[in-house]
Every structure is written in structure tokens, then in C-alpha cells.
Design a protein around this ligand. Structure first.
Ligand code: NAD
Ligand code: AKB
Length: 319
């Protein structure tokens, strides 16, 4: 019988997802049972500071292992990664961090008999020619190095489960929209940046065209998906690191129109750049019926509800 994860190490904890997932994990499992880690110290005033923190480069196996041993860790939430746009600027580094870091997490998991490793995947696993609604199982031919690393990590998840019995789990997250920490250099960043501009009363120059439609998810659902999948009984799971999860899907024009309900004078200009090609290679939406069936996935936020909450949060933060 699998016991509840009790001692969790979060890598990449200062990033967009880590800065909020770490707090949710501390709330659920107790502050002293969740160790945050990142390449850099948390920013002054960040809630991450209110708990254990270790500086960790996930490509350094010895340091990674020492931290796991020192804190008696039994679960790793592995978020350290380079995202699509940053990854295209330095593909070799993207491979080394994403694959090197994940291999280290998995090998530590096997060596120290850890209970579970949670490692997110992404809609970046798909490439040109994918059906508009991406199926759970199908062809994966990404064009970015980030996507190549995510496909590889999904395959490694299957391999480590089948060969070593390592319980590794993950979600193909859509673009995540949140107000706490800005995104770290991805193609879907426009869907966050647009809110900062609208709330500050500034014009937004959008780097993809108005018809660009991608799957997106609001942070509370991103956290809920992680916690729910981590909790799911393993005998119910038919997949490991590659669950499709959907929440909302919209084009930029529709998002801008929704924001105009609160900021009627909001201005947007479209100047597509190299990121357009990446966005065009990803699906409009995903079929997440297997996640719904296996572990009861159900999002709480659609686009209009997310817009209301984002605006309220950013007004409180920026004005
Ligand atoms: P982010 O870029 O905001 O944060 C990543 C963090 O990893 C940063 O704090 C960075 O300092 C850290 N990091 C980078 N290299 C490191 C290294 N060598 N050692 C330790 N830490 C290192 O990313 P995020 O958006 O929080 O993404 C977290 C995970 O979720 C990633 O695996 C990402 O691929 C996945 N994901 C994110 C999104 C999204 O829209 N945010 C969507 C799909 C999947
Ligand atoms: C990116 O755009 O690179 C990320 C992702 C969807 O994985 N936000």
C-alpha cells in the first residue's frame, strides 16, 4: 500500500508554476515537509521564502542527491526546465537542463526508492499537421528543442516505470495563465502579458496574430491538476508522464474582446515574429477524456471566469 507523499522537493520552485504550486503543496502537506529549490534564491518578499529552500542546479547529480538525502525526501516535483522560446535560443542547454535534470531526478528516484516523481509535459510535444483537437495518443513530431525534450521525458517516464517500477506522473500542460510570477520565456506568454498591459492602461504589442488559438489553463486549475494526479491511485492510471489536460481554448482576438468588457479602450496591435511559427505548430485544443476517466480531471475556470479573476488579482498587485 502506497503511503502519502510526505517529504517533497520542488525543483524550479521560483518559476511561474513553482512559485504557486510550492505554496499549495505546503498548505496540503505542511510547510516543513516541502523543500523549495531553484538555481537562484527566491526574490525578496516571495512566499517561497517562508519555508525550507535549497539552491540547486538540477544538472548536478551530487548536489541533487545530497539535498534529497539531507531532507529525507520521498517525492520530487520536478519543475526546473527551459521553455520553448528560451530553449530555441540555446537548444543544447535546453536539452542538457530538461533531459539531464529529469534523468537525475529519475535516477535518484530509483536509487533512493522514492515514492513518486511529478514532472510536467506540455502541448509542445506536438508539431505541424496535428489535428486541431490533439488526441491523447498519436504522432508526436515537435519542431522545437523544448518539444523534443518533452517527448523524450514522456518516453523516459514509461521506461522508468516499466523497467524500475518508478512512479512517475505528468501532465501535458497547456499555456498557463497566472498573476503571481511572470512566465519564464514560452510561446504562450502573450496570454499573460496582455493582462499586465490592459490593467496598466497600456497598448499591447502581440507577437502572434489575432487568429492564433491555443489551449490555455488558469493557475488554480494547473495546481488542482497536479495535486489530483499526484493523489490518484496508481492502479487507475493508464498513462504516466503524458496526460492531456484541457481547460479553455481561445484566439487572441476573443481574449482581447473579453478584456475590453472591463477596459473598453484597451488597444492591441499584432506584430507576429518567430514565435508565430511555434504557436502554429501546436494544437487548438486537446482531448482530455482519458484524464477525466482515469483520475477525474475537471477544470473550474473557463476563459470569461479566468479574465475576471486575473484582472482583479492584477489590479490589487499593480495599482
Ligand atoms: P519557468 O521558466 O517559469 O520556471 C522554471 C524554473 O526553473 C525557473 O525558476 C528557473 O530558474 C529554474 N531552472 C532553470 N534551469 C535550472 C537548473 N539547471 N536547475 C534548477 N533550476 C533551474 O517555468 P514554469 O512555467 O514554471 O514551468 C515549470 C514546468 O512546467 C516546466 O517543466 C515546463 O515545461 C512545464 N510547463 C509549463 C507551462 C507554462 O505555460 N508555464 C506549460 C506547459 C508545461
Ligand atoms: C511555452 O509556451 O513554452 C510553455 C508551454 C506551453 O509549454 N508555456
Amino acid at each position: 500500500m502506497k503511503k502519502e507523499p510526505k517529504r517533497i522537493l520542488v525543483t524550479g520552485a521560483c518559476g511561474q508554476i513553482g512559485s504557486e504550486l510550492t505554496i499549495a503543496l505546503r498548505k496540503k502537506y505542511g510547510t516543513d515537509n516541502v523543500v523549495a529549490s531553484d538555481l537562484y534564491e527566491p526574490q525578496k518578499g516571495s512566499p517561497i521564502e517562508n519555508g525550507l529552500f535549497e539552491k540547486l542546479d538540477v544538472t548536478n547529480f551530487e548536489n541533487f542527491e545530497q539535498i534529497v538525502k539531507r531532507h529525507n525526501i520521498d517525492t520530487i516535483v520536478h519543475l526546473a526546465a527551459l521553455l520553448s522560446v528560451v530553449g530555441e535560443n540555446n537548444p543544447t542547454k535546453c536539452w542538457n537542463v530538461n533531459i539531464g535534470g529529469t534523468l537525475n531526478a529519475f535516477n535518484i528516484g530509483v536509487k533512493h526508492n522514492l515514492l513518486q516523481i511529478f514532472v510536467p509535459s506540455s502541448i509542445a510535444v506536438w508539431g505541424p499537421g496535428i489535428p486541431k483537437i490533439a488526441p491523447q495518443d498519436g504522432i508526436l513530431k515537435p519542431r522545437t528543442m523544448y518539444g523534443v525534450t518533452k517527448v523524450t521525458i514522456e518516453l523516459l517516464g514509461d521506461y522508468y516505470f516499466n523497467k524500475f517500477g518508478l512512479d512517475c506522473r505528468g501532465i501535458r500542460y497547456p499555456g498557463i495563465i497566472s498573476s503571481e510570477t511572470p512566465p519564464g520565456g514560452g510561446t504562450t506568454d502573450y496570454a499573460v502579458e496582455i493582462f499586465y498591459k490592459a490593467v496598466k492602461g497600456e497598448k499591447f504589442i502581440c507577437f502572434v496574430n489575432e487568429d492564433t488559438r491555443l489551449p490555455m489553463m488558469y493557475m488554480p486549475d494547473c495546481i488542482k491538476a497536479a495535486l489530483d494526479l499526484m493523489d490518484a491511485p496508481i492502479d487507475k492510471l493508464t498513462h504516466h508522464c503524458d496526460y492531456n489536460v484541457g481547460a479553455m481554448s481561445f484566439d487572441v482576438k476573443s481574449l482581447a474582446n473579453e478584456i475590453r468588457k472591463y477596459y473598453p479602450n484597451f488597444e492591441i496591435e499584432y506584430r507576429p515574429d518567430h514565435r508565430q511559427q511555434i504557436a502554429d505548430s501546436w494544437p487548438d485544443d486537446v482531448d482530455d477524456s482519458i484524464a477525466r476517466q482515469d483520475w477525474g480531471w475537471q477544470p473550474d475556470y473557463d476563459m470569461p471566469k479566468m479574465v475576471i479573476d486575473m484582472i482583479e488579482k492584477l489590479r490589487n498587485k499593480l495599482i
